[in-house]
Design a protein around this ligand. Structure first.
Ligand code: NAD
Ligand code: TYD
Length: 341
């Protein structure tokens, strides 16, 4: 089996590439990534020299690259993760979110249709459902009410993927996952940002009253769910993926401070994010019943391991955040920039 992972140098993508190499060692994993600020080959440095991991730098929107890539590697299935992924950046500059997430996904789908790719897994998000009140949870039939330019662009790409199933008969499975945490997450998202700031004794910016709730899932549990969706999901279906770990932001921030031994006086309440969704929660009954998936990690223990990983890897986040890694990449991986397709 040959699979294409798009966005395989990002947070979830790099964990997924590693997970697939471990769980399906006979598969070849082709990794197409543009290496934006959020994508780093260093996230996969342990796979350096692995003949069954083929990295290609490029844009999912570039059909002149993608179609030959699909045919050269006889790609059977695509796991589509490449995206602009950060809500705050989508508020500052929405355009690239539409270009990459909506148009890029449509072009990728078109290339896959032309090359008769057998299965396309569209990695979407629970943010397509918008915000919940204090009770209830999103099911796959909850109304789609995205709030931010990020979530609106993901909703659009999610629906375009489903349209390719309904209209063209493409074998598409959509997954909608809650907030992930784990190693290699770019330190602009809540958990790694708070760890890095705390280690520098910098203020920890908590938006609004800090009582917004997210449902947290360890990235490896997400990877396992994606593999199940790829292998066992039904075409044209949507699967919600959640961690069953609803936590208020402020409680996570305090837990991180406790883990790194820093005072709560570092917490600084700041102006709220515009249109900030109050609460997300997932009803995972469908994926549990149909694909037999449940998360294996417990939040408190896996959070502690995750925080420890960031504490132990200052070189990684220093490079990633300073942009130094881009320069490092140019010298270390110049040959690989051409791709190995
Ligand atoms: P990320 O920002 O860490 O990684 C995105 C990757 O996509 C980067 O490596 C980037 O270089 C690449 N990329 C961006 N534009 C590209 C383009 N035009 N062509 C090729 N590659 C491109 O994101 P992430 O957190 O790993 O999220 C991955 C996917 O999972 C996204 O689709 C996101 O919407 C979805 N998702 C994320 C979460 C979460 O909590 N992080 C939850 C649910 C769903
Ligand atoms: P984030 O990690 O950006 O994920 P998302 O917006 O996709 O859920 O944010 C998670 C939660 O943490 C969200 O409610 C916003 C909040 N948050 C802060 O309070 N401060 C911060 O500096 C960041 C980045 C997020």
């Amino acid at each position: 089996m040959n699979v294409l992972v798009t966005g395989g140098c990002g947070f979830i993508g790099s964990n997924l590439v590693r997970y697939l190499r471990r769980e399906r060692p006979e598969w070849t994993v082709v990794n197409l990534d543009l290496l934006t600020y959020a994508g780093n080959l260093e996230n996969l440095s342990d796979l350096e020299g692995d003949p069954r991991h083929v990295f290609v730098r490029g844009d999912i929107s570039d059909r002149s690259l993608v179609e030959p890539l699909l045919s050269t590697h006889a790609i059977d299935a695509v796991l589509h993760l490449a995206a602009e992924s950060h809500v705050d950046r989508s508020i500052l500059g929405p355009e690239v979110f539409i270009t990459t997430n909506v148009l890029g996904t449509q072009r990728l789908l078109e290339a896959c249709r032309a090359q008769r790719v057998k299965r396309f897994v569209m990695v979407s998000t629970d943010e397509v459902y918008g915000s919940l009140g204090p009770t209830g949870a999103f099911t796959e039939s909850s109304p789609l009410q995205p709030s931010s330019p990020y979530s609106a662009s993901k909703t659009s790409s999610d629906l375009v993927a489903l349209a390719y199933h309904h209209t063209f008969g493409m074998d598409v499975v959509v997954t909608r996952c809650s907030n992930n945490y784990g190693r290699y997450q770019f330190p602009e998202k809540l958990i790694p940002l708070m760890v890095v700031n705390a280690l520098h004794d910098k203020p920890l910016p908590v938006y609004g009253d800090g009582a917004n709730v997210r449902d947290w899932l360890h990235v490896e549990d997400h990877c396992q769910a994606l593999l199940r969706a790829l292998e066992q999901g039904r075409a044209g279906e949507v699967y919600n993926i959640g961690g069953g770990a609803e936590r208020r932001n402020i409680d996570i921030v305090k837990a991180i401070l406790g883990l790194v031994g820093k005072p709560e006086s570092l917490i600084q309440y700041v102006k709220d994010r515009p249109g900030h969704d109050r609460r997300y929660a997932i009803d995972p009954s469908k994926i549990r019943a149909e694909l037999g998936w449940t998360p294996a990690h417990t939040f408190e223990q896996a959070l502690a391991e995750t925080v420890r990983w960031y504490v132990d890897h200052p070189t990684w986040w220093t490079r990633v955040m300073s942009g130094e890694y881009l320069r490092y990449f140019e010298t270390q991986y110049r040959g690989r920039l051409q791709g190995r397709a």
